[in-house]
Structure formats: structure tokens, C-alpha cells
Design a protein around this ligand. Structure first.
Ligand code: AMP
Length: 208
């Protein structure tokens, strides 16, 4: 199954993708995680995109498309994949359509206020990318990853100024993909305001 998770930052795409990856036994490809790994490993790509990510802007389409094209050509994607955070522009969606045929696009529907609450309380394990929320999904020990015990961090782009920029970028560049995929009869709307277990159940139902 080849699916795209669409929705604003903070809608819970990453959290649900981790569940979906186990359930459907297909890889979870998060372009945000791929960029963050490049930044952490100080690769050429990482150096190029570091400031863009910190400010909450979009990496140029050509760079992002190339990265995804290479990733989905890997053998583990032969039975499908879950794309999380890609496509984010119409140009990316057109490029993806040339690379492969999708089965569905799951649209995470959520109010802006909920997104702001989720993003501002979000914390991440720096080495695994595991996500928490200080109120909705706290770690067992405050400030520490449940498995590695590492100190959790707040992503630079989860700080207030970057959050508002990311939301503007979403409305301008990514939201048009809702109509784009609805027009192609691929879109499945799900209510993303609920707790993760319920959102995931609804997604499974929508994908049946
Ligand atoms: P995310 O983890 O999906 O919120 O992505 C974090 C950041 O990575 C975004 O704010 C962008 O700077 C960059 N990024 C991730 N996916 C894309 C994409 N498809 N196109 C352009 N930039 C992206």
C-alpha cells in the first residue's frame, strides 16, 4: 500500500505513521526526519537545509523531490510506503505522480488552535525522533526518553515564531493539495483531534 499522510504540522502524522508502519509492515518515510538526520550528521544536504528547517520554511522542491525519489527506489519500499510530510507543494505532488501510483491520501483534519497546543508542548528524543507531548503524551520520567533515557529536546521549529511561519507555509503551499487529491478521488478525511489510538482506528477503517 502506498499512502500519503497530509495535514498541518502538529496534526499527529508522525505519531500515527509509527503505528501504521507496524500494522501494514511498510516503511515510514518522513522527509522532516530525513532532513534532520542529514543535519545531525553534518552532510552537505544537512548544511544546505539547516537554516531553512530552523525557520520553518520549505526546502526547495528540486532537493526534496530528488531525496524522496532515491528513498522510494530502495528495496524496502517495493510493497509500499507511508509518506509523512511529502508532498507539501503541487510541484512535489506532480513529481510524485510521475514516480509512482498512490493508493490513498489520508487528510488529518484539525483546528489551528489544537495544532498550536500540540506543537508548543511537543518534545523529541534527539537520536530516535520519538515524539512526546508534555501534557497529552508525557514520558515516564519528565524530560527523558522512555527507552534511551536521553534528555528530550524541543525542536527549533516548534518554538513560537517558527510555528506561526510553518502554519502560514502550510496554508499557502500545502493546503491546496487537499483539493488536488480530492479531485483525483484519493482523499480520505479523518478527524485528527482525537487521541492517537482512535485516530489510527479511523484511519484503518478509511483505508479498508
Ligand atoms: P516535519 O518534520 O514534517 O514537520 O518537517 C520539518 C521541516 O522539514 C519542514 O518545516 C521543512 O523545513 C522541511 N521539510 C519536510 N518535508 C518537506 C517537504 N516535503 N518539502 C519541503 N520542505 C520539507
Amino acid at each position: 500500500m502506498k499512502i500519503v499522510l497530509l495535514g498541518p504540522p502538529g496534526a499527529g502524522k508522525g505519531t500515527i505513521a509509527v503505528k501504521a508502519k507496524e500494522f501494514y509492515a511498510i516503511p515510514h518515510i518522513s522527509t522532516g526526519d530525513l532532513f534532520r538526520n542529514n543535519i545531525k550528521n553534518e552532510t552537505e544536504l544537512g548544511k544546505k537545509v539547516k537554516t531553512i528547517l530552523a525557520e520553518g520554511g520549505l526546502v526547495p522542491d528540486s532537493v526534496t523531490i530528488e531525496m524522496v525519489k532515491n528513498r522510494i527506489a530502495e528495496p524496502d519500499c517495493k510493497n509500499g510506503f507511508i509518506l509523512d510530510g511529502f508532498p507539501r507543494t503541487i510541484a512535489q505532488a506532480d513529481a510524485l505522480a510521475e514516480m509512482t501510483e498512490l493508493d490513498a491520501v489520508v487528510n488529518f483534519v484539525i483546528e489551528k488552535d489544537d495544532v498550536i497546543k500540540r506543537l508548543s508542548g511537543r518534545r523529541m528524543c534527539p537520536s530516535t525522533g520519538r515524539l512526546y507531548h508534555i501534557i497529552f503524551n508525557p514520558p515516564k520520567v519528565e524530560g527523558k526518553d522512555d527507552e534511551t533515557g536521553e534528555d528530550l529536546i524541543q525542536r527549533d521549529d516548534d518554538k513560537p515564531q517558527a510555528i506561526s511561519h510553518r502554519l502560514e507555509v502550510y496554508v499557502e503551499q500545502t493546503q491546496p493539495l487537499i483539493d488536488y487529491y480530492r479531485g483525483k478521488k484519493l482523499l480520505k478525511d479523518i478527524d485528527a483531534s482525537k487521541a492517537p489510538a482512535e485516530v489510527f482506528e479511523n484511519m484503518k477503517e478509511a483505508l479498508k
